[in-house]
Design a protein around this ligand. Structure first.
Ligand code: SF4
Length: 62
């Protein structure tokens, strides 16, 4: 499962990276990006980031 961060919406709060640094990292623009697909071990953490993102910038890829 691949997560996607909407670069125009992300405010760079860092919450998703803190919840799951195996999937999310901050890029040079100060926005989060999903640099790796989620696996069975961290899928719940990614869902937590999706649910917890204050601006709802993260979603699962179709
Ligand atoms: S939680 Fe949302 S706003 Fe915060 S860094 Fe991640 S994608 Fe951006």
């Amino acid at each position: 499962m691949k997560a996607i961060v909407d670069q125009d919406t992300c405010i760079g709060c860092g919450l998703c990276c803190g919840l799951c640094d195996a999937v999310f990292r901050m890029n040079d623009e100060g926005k989060a990006e999903a640099y790796q697909a989620a696996d069975a071990a961290n899928q719940e953490d990614v869902q937590g980031a999706i649910d917890g993102c204050p601006v709802s910038a993260i979603r699962w890829a179709e």
